[in-house]
Design a protein around this ligand. Structure first.
Ligand code: NAP
Length: 471
C-alpha cells in the first residue's frame, strides 16, 4: 500500500483521488488545497468520503504539515500554479523528506519555469510524466530510452484544446455553417478541454512549456526560448487569429490543413532551434490526421531513426492515470544529462526560414490595391507566388468579413490570400506590420492579417515522414 498526499483538489486531482481509491493500493493521507470548501469541490469531496467511509483530512496551508505524522510515500501535485514550486522546496528543505518522498506533478508551467529543480543528478525525487502529453508515456520513453540515441529533432501537436478547436473549424466547412473561433472555443470550454478564455492554450504557451521540457531532456537546454518564436492560434497582439476561411484556402489551393505545430531541433549551430506556430501541414501527413483533442509527437534520432506516439494528451482520466503510474514508478525518469552539458540558450533569433508562407488579409476593394500590396512585398525583397480568390457566392468568401465585422464598411472590403516564396518569420512580420499603415487601401484597425508557414514533408529512408526545418 502506498500513501499519498494531494496538493490541489481540482479536476485532475479529484480524478487522481477517485482512481487511487478504486485501485485499493493507495491510501490518501491528506489533501492540501487553497480553497477546499469551495462549492465546486464539495460534491467530489462528499463522494470520496462516501466511498472511503471516513472523512478525508483537508488542509489549507503547507504550514499545517508535520514532518513526522504527515509523511507519505508520494506527494501528488496538480494546482497549475507556477508558485507551487514552494511545495517541492518545502518537502526538500523544511520537512526534510528528501528522496524518501516522491513528488509527482502534472504542472508543466511550474516545471518549465524551474527546470533546474526538476533535472540534474540531485533531483531524483520528482516525476513529471503527466506534465507533457498527459496520457502518452512520453517523458519516460524519451528520458529512459530514446535519449541514449542522438536526438535530432521533435515535431508535435502538444496542445489538445487547440487541436480540437482547429479540427472543429475545419469540419464545419463541409456543413457550410462556419463554426467560428469563438464558437469552437466555447465548445471546448464546455467539454472541459479549455479554461474560460482559453488563455495559455490559444496563445501557444502551454505547447511551448511542454516542448521546453522535452527539449531539456532531448538536448539539455535549460532556458526559455525567445518569445517571438511562440505563437498560438490567437495572436492577441498584432495579427489575426486562425479563422475557418484559412482552412478553405489551405484545403482548396494547397492540399493542406492547419495545425498548431511545436518543433525543436538540434542544429549545426550550438543552440537548439525552437518554434511553436500555427502551420499549414500537408493533408497526407500523419500530423494532419491528428483529430480532436489528441496529442502527437514524432522524434527523429540517429539510430532509432523515427519514433512517434499519438494519444490522449489531456483530460482528467488519462492525466490522473499517468500520475498514478508515476506514483508506482521506481526509477528516476527525469534526466540523463551531465550538469556540465546543460545548454544555456536556444537559437535566439526570428530568422526562421520557410520556403513558402500563406498570407490572408482584408483590404478595401479598390483599383490597384493588390498591385499596391505586391509592390510593398517586392520592395522588401519578398516574392509573391500564387494568389487565391474565392468567387462571389463561394463557401467562405463572406465568412471572415462577417466575423471581423467591418460595420458600415463591410461592403467595401475585399478578402485576399496569397503565398510568398522563401522568407523568414522576422522579415514577414516586419513587412506585414508596415503594410497596413496606408489608409487608402486598408481600414484603420489592427489584426488585418494572418500568416502561416508551409511545413514541408520530406520522406526519409523507409518512407519515414520527416519535418525538419532547413537552416
Ligand atoms: N486539465 C487537464 O486536462 C490537464 C492535463 C495535463 C496536465 N494538467 C495540469 O494539471 C494541473 C491542474 O489542472 P486542473 O485542470 O486540475 O486545474 P484546476 O481544476 O484549476 O485545479 C487546481 C486546484 O488547485 C488549487 N490551487 C491553485 N493554486 C494553488 C496553490 N498555490 N496552493 C494550493 N492549491 C492551489 C485550485 O484552487 P482554486 O479553486 O481556488 O483555484 C484548484 O482547486 C495544471 O498544472 C494543468 O496544467 C491538466
Amino acid at each position: 500500500m502506498k500513501t499519498i498526499g494531494i496538493i490541489g483538489f481540482g479536476n485532475i486531482n479529484q480524478e487522481v483521488a477517485r482512481q487511487a481509491i478504486a485501485s485499493s493500493k493507495i491510501e490518501i493521507k491528506w489533501i492540501l488545497d487553497r480553497s477546499p470548501t469551495k462549492k465546486a469541490k464539495r460534491e467530489a469531496r462528499q463522494q470520496l468520503e462516501k466511498s472511503l467511509g471516513k472523512k478525508l483530512r483537508f488542509i489549507k496551508s503547507k504550514d499545517n504539515l508535520s514532518s513526522k505524522t504527515d509523511k507519505v510515500d508520494v506527494i501528488v501535485e496538480a494546482t497549475g500554479a507556477i508558485g507551487a514550486i514552494e511545495y517541492l522546496r518545502f518537502k526538500r528543505k523544511e520537512l526534510k523528506w528528501g528522496n524518501d518522498v516522491l513528488f509527482v506533478t502534472a504542472n508543466k508551467a511550474m516545471v518549465a519555469n524551474h527546470l533546474s529543480e526538476f533535472f540534474g543528478s540531485s533531483n531524483n525525487d520528482v516525476r513529471i510524466e503527466a506534465a507533457v502529453a498527459a496520457g502518452l508515456p512520453l517523458i519516460r520513453s524519451l528520458s529512459e530510452h530514446i535519449v541514449s540515441d542522438e536526438v535530432q529533432g521533435m515535431v508535435g501537436i502538444l496542445n489538445g484544446t487547440t487541436n480540437f478547436m482547429l479540427d472543429e473549424m475545419e469540419k464545419s466547412i463541409d456543413a457550410g455553417n462556419n463554426q467560428t473561433y469563438d464558437m469552437v472555443l466555447n465548445e471546448s470550454i464546455q467539454r472541459g478541454y479549455a479554461e474560460p478564455g482559453g488563455a495559455g492554450d490559444v496563445d501557444g504557451q502551454d505547447a511551448a512549456y511542454k516542448l521546453q521540457i522535452l527539449s531539456r531532456i532531448a538536448f539539455g537546454t535549460d532556458v526559455f526560448p525567445n518569445k517571438n518564436l511562440i505563437r498560438g492560434i490567437d495572436d492577441n497582439e498584432i495579427f489575426d487569429r486562425v479563422r475557418t476561411v484559412d482552412f478553405i484556402y489551405a484545403n482548396k489551393y494547397l492540399e493542406s490543413t492547419i495545425r498548431l505545430v511545436a518543433i525543436a531541433q538540434s542544429t549545426s549551430k550550438a543552440q537548439p532551434f525552437f518554434l511553436v506556430h500555427p502551420m499549414l501541414v500537408p493533408k497526407s501527413s500523419n500530423i494532419a490526421n491528428i483529430k480532436g483533442p489528441d496529442n502527437y509527437i514524432g522524434i527523429y534520432s540517429k539510430y532509432l531513426v523515427y519514433t512517434d506516439m499519438q494519444g490522449k494528451g489531456a483530460g482528467p482520466e488519462p492525466t490522473a492515470c499517468a500520475m498514478l503510474a508515476d506514483v508506482f514508478s521506481h526509477k528516476s525518469c527525469t534526466d540523463n544529462t551531465n550538469e556540465k552539458q546543460v545548454i544555456k540558450a536556444f537559437r535566439d533569433s526570428n530568422d526562421v526560414y520557410f520556403s513558402r508562407w500563406m498570407v490572408r488579409g482584408s483590404c478595401y476593394d479598390r483599383p490597384g490595391v493588390l498591385a499596391h500590396i505586391f509592390r510593398h512585398f517586392e520592395n522588401k525583397g519578398i516574392n509573391i507566388d500564387e494568389v487565391f480568390q474565392l468567387q462571389v457566392g463561394e463557401t467562405g468568401r463572406e465568412w471572415s468579413k462577417k466575423e471581423l465585422n467591418f460595420g458600415k464598411e463591410q461592403k467595401k472590403i475585399l478578402p485576399f490570400a496569397f503565398t510568398v516564396t522563401k522568407t523568414s518569420l522576422g522579415q514577414l512580420h516586419k513587412t506585414l506590420s508596415k503594410l497596413k499603415l496606408d489608409n487608402n487601401f486598408f481600414p484603420k484597425r489592427d489584426k488585418l492579417f494572418a500568416f502561416y508557414p508551409l511545413l514541408e514533408l520530406k520522406f526519409a529512408e523507409n518512407g519515414v515522414q520527416k519535418f525538419m526545418i532547413e537552416e
